[in-house]
Design a binder for this molecule. Structure first.
Ligand code: DX5
Ligand code: ZN
Length: 216
């Protein structure tokens, strides 16, 4: 499988959201990456259900929803109703992560688990066989446009080893500071899904930039 590209709508122009969604629809991108922040788990607030529903009404590709919120369990069915196809939750704030992952599956969404840059990859050993996606944050979550953390490359390799060891088919996703310079090295290290916000939406030609990330 060649790698996937998921533009993060956090960096989109919300005054032209329909145009931005259509650009992604008509590009080589594979998924929409949708960042939900609550101002508690991360020091920023993004958007919620009504915006996601409107995006879903015109999106022609899966919605890959990355939750940076507290009390995830209270909102799983709402995210399903809003149109999420994948729901990715942080290891750091899910006390009963295995239960949360099962609930996501019961709601017919693909579960993902995400870890912050300081959380050891090896802590995921007993959950990687239950999820479809493992997301490694390559910045501290909360904001777009931050600098990529170089330590990510070796974390990708360690995660790849762990997935082999545990016989897991989970896809490896990286999020934060991904650009056309570091994309190839990430893919060579074993990344299956590149998330990119600013790189895509602040580019002079966003769909050409998506194509570059796709060909990395
Ligand atoms: C950060 C979000 C990212 C963000 C990435 O907390 O999870 O998805 O949109 O933005 P860039 O690609 O600009 O670093
Ligand atoms: Zn994200």
């Amino acid at each position: 499988m060649s790698h996937l590209v998921a533009p993060s709508l956090l960096a989109a122009n919300f005054l032209n959201l329909q145009k931005e969604v259509e650009m992604v629809n008509n590009s080589l991108a594979d998924w929409f990456h949708v960042d939900v922040m609550d101002g508690h788990f991360v020091p920023n607030i993004s958007f919620g259900f009504s915006i996601i529903k409107q995006i879903k009404s015109i999106a022609q590709k899966p919605l890959d929803v990355h939750l940076m919120i507290e009390n995830v369990d209270n909102y799983i069915s709402e995210f399903k109703k809003a149109g999420a196809d994948h729901l990715t939750v942080h290891y750091e704030n899910c006390t009963h992560l295995h239960r949360t992952v099962q609930t996501i599956k019961e709601h017919q969404m693909k579960p993902g688990v995400v870890i912050n840059p300081h959380t050891p990859v090896e802590l995921l050993g007993d959950i990687v066989s239950d999820v479809d996606i493992v997301l490694l944050m390559s910045v501290n979550p909360g904001f777009g446009g931050q600098q990529f953390i170089e330590n990510t490359y070796q974390r990708v390799q360690r995660l790849k080893n762990l997935l082999v060891q545990k016989n897991s088919n989970a896809l490896i996703q990286v999020d934060g500071g991904v650009d056309t310079q570091n994309a190839s090295r990430l893919v060579e290290s074993g990344v299956d899904i590149l998330v990119a916000g600013s790189t895509v939406f602040k580019a002079h030609n966003p769909s050409e930039t998506i194509e570059k990330l796709k060909n990395a």
